[in-house]
Design a protein around this ligand. Sequence first.
Ligand SMILES: *[C@@H]1O[C@H](CO)[C@@H](O)[C@H](O)[C@H]1NC(C)=O
Ligand SMILES: *[C@@H]1O[C@H](CO)[C@@H](O)[C@H](O)[C@H]1NC(C)=O
Length: 222
Amino acid sequence: MVTPSASPFRLLSCLVVLLLLPLLSFAADPDPLQDFCVADVSAPPLLNGFPCKPASNVTSGDFFFDGLMKEGNTANTFGVNVTAADVGSFPGLNTLGISMNRVDFARGGINPPHSHPRATETGVVMKGKLLVGFVTSGNVFYSKVLTAGQMFVIPRGLVHFQKNVGEGKALALTAFNSHLPGVEVLPLTLFASTPPIPNDVLTQAFQVEEDVVNSIRSKFAS
Ligand SMILES: *[C@@H]1O[C@H](CO)[C@@H](O)[C@H](O)[C@H]1NC(C)=O
Ligand SMILES: *[C@@H]1O[C@H](CO)[C@@H](O)[C@H](O)[C@H]1NC(C)=O
């Protein structure tokens, strides 16, 4: 039953819901309003992406990318190499809300706990055996060991990792619903920022002595 006094209120509620609808969109990046907008990466970024290269300058080459063909060099601290095919390296992705990574793992290598603030990630293991896991905002850990052909999904922004638990190298291809998902690699974010987070913040946060913080920092000193 709608009472005469309730109906203006209902109308107002409907209006508010309608106005909010665009904000409830599931797309990570805003939807494009044109077929494409190949990034002019030499121009300074705008509020939300790069300006478009003039259409007369666009060629087939703008829509193809060879950067994921080559294995990355994994001779580093974590035994991992992430090759990004995002708007920075592949300007044709600009405004399209999509990008990929190639992730190479040495034997025992780890893509350490990290998060992508602007995208949900999905991936497929191409070679080897990976333990893939993420932790929810409710602090629940979900994980599985995957072999070639198997997929995973990491909900947007959640902390996750992949670790090579096989006998040889491993390779994964990942995809994101953002042309620039961004990444915060927790060990580096917390212990190797510029300038550094003060030691007393980290000793208090992790409930450890200062020498533990200094020891962790020393592993990432450049
Ligand atoms: C477009 O192409 C012209 C001619 O090759 C070149 O001079 C100009 O710098 C290009 N502009 C952009 C934004 O790529
Ligand atoms: C990843 O591999 C590329 C190509 O071999 C190399 O140039 C780059 O320095 C590597 N990155 C890291 C973090 O090891």
